[in-house]
Design a protein around this ligand. Structure first.
Ligand code: NAD
Length: 370
């Protein structure tokens, strides 16, 4: 760590130079107990937008690794979706149940505000809409607040994009988008999974699902007649599509050898533990729909909130729908070049960044009136 460039009101803000990242700030405040990091990966296409994650990381290194990984993922996600935004993310190292309070959030808000819009925050794991409303008291650079021109819950849009992602792998495998009789294994019945399952149900899929929250599993078994398996069994289910909708890192050299699916398409962030796992899937002939394309619906939805006219759901609906076409073109690029779909997606994102495709040409408008 190098430069300490601000030391006032008990704030200590240190810039950590990280290769390939525009700005990474370690933020502490002795008064409020704040310990956090803001990572701005890339703002070439527009300001860096990404959630504020509040999580009790074991140590600073874990938090730093997570925020770096997530902010880079946001750059790729934004680039592919052409939303005129860059990639950023922030984390507060705290237990959201025991340690989150107004003073902590307000002190973090002051740091976000000092970046003058280079980083725009949003809700994330451990940070609710109510928390973002508190943060809004000290900075306007936040999205997803409840007001007339706001974008509301992103999960519905993420679920629709995930559904279109599943259709894309079916199209590639069977030359047919129909879900009738197709076996889909869903890991996680949370905000996104609980919207995805009804979509799959109404399109005639045979659904197998799991959640570590047994009440959730029972509820969905009752409601949609789906088959429930134990959490540790879901990846071994023989199926057409495995849809990871819980946590990241689950596709790795160990789990790949147990997979019995033809394709993977789900909303979880950073599903591949390592870049090489994309190659392994390619070798095993399992079609992988890259997660940062599949789960772009939520970001697309938010991007319509910061337009001059404010939010209207039709725009993000139509743009989220295009996730299907983007994925089809990724499969084509991968096939033509005999590379993994994950590498094809990264190459396309980097190409768009390099040539400014989808670069923001308009301002950012915040419609909160608090
Ligand atoms: P969530 O926390 O609401 O739901 C996750 C669900 O997974 C929970 O019900 C949890 O009990 C379950 N779960 C956790 N570990 C599990 C395991 N080992 N096996 C089975 N179930 C398990 O989260 P969400 O908002 O639905 O997001 C799901 C994933 O999608 C996350 O990785 C998130 O980062 C990503 N994502 C979400 C959005 C969005 O709009 N919500 C957008 C982009 C990406």
């Amino acid at each position: 760590m190098t430069t300490i460039y601000q030391k006032q009101k008990n704030f200590e803000i240190e810039e950590i130079p990280i290769n390939g990242y525009e700005k990474v700030l370690k933020v502490t405040n002795k008064n409020t107990g704040l310990k956090g990091i803001i990572a701005i990966h890339n703002t070439f296409l527009g300001p860096a937008l990404g959630g504020i994650r509040i999580y009790p990381y074991k140590n600073f290194e874990d938090a730093l690794n997570d925020v770096l990984r997530l902010s880079k993922g946001m750059t790729y996600k934004s680039a592919i979706a052409e939303v005129g935004l860059g990639g950023g993310k922030s984390v507060i190292i705290a237990d959201p149940v025991k340690e989150k309070n107004e003073e902590l959030l307000l002190s973090f808000a002051e740091v976000i505000d000092s970046l003058e819009g280079k980083y725009i925050g949003a809700e994330d794991v451990g940070c609710s809409t109510e928390d973002v409303m508190i943060i809004r008291k000290k900075t306007k650079y936040v999205t997803g607040l409840p007001h007339a021109k706001s974008s509301g819950n992103p999960s519905v849009f993420t679920a629709w994009g995930t559904f279109r992602g599943i259709q894309s792998v079916l199209k590639k495998l069977f030359n047919d988008v129909s879900l009738k009789g197709k076996k889909i294994a869903v890991q996680g019945i949370g905000s996104v999974g609980s919207h995805l399952i009804p979509l799959l149900f109404w399109h005639g899929a045979e659904i197998i699902a799991t959640d570590i929250n047994r009440k959730k599993s029972e509820e969905f078994k009752q409601k949609y007649g789906i088959k429930i398996v134990e959490p540790e069994q879901i990846m071994e289910v023989e199926c057409d599509v495995f849809s990871p909708c819980a946590m990241g890192g689950i596709i790795n050299s160990n789990s790949i050898s147990t997979l019995k699916c033809k394709a993977i398409a789900g909303c979880a962030n950073n599903q591949l533990l390592d870049k090489s796992d994309g190659e392994l899937l390619h070798e095993k002939n399992i079609l992988f729909a890259p997660d940062f394309i599949v789960n772009g619906g939520g970001l697309i939805n938010v991007s319509f909130e910061i337009t001059k006219q404010g939010y209207h759901p039709k725009g993000p609906r139509d743009k989220t729908d295009k996730i299907f076409d983007i994925l089809m073109s990724i499969y084509e690029i991968a096939e033509k070049n005999d590379i993994s779909t994950s590498n094809a997606a990264i190459e396309l994102a980097e190409y768009k960044i390099k040539y400014g495709i989808g670069k923001r040409m308009t301002g950012i408008y915040f419609h909160h009136s608090f």
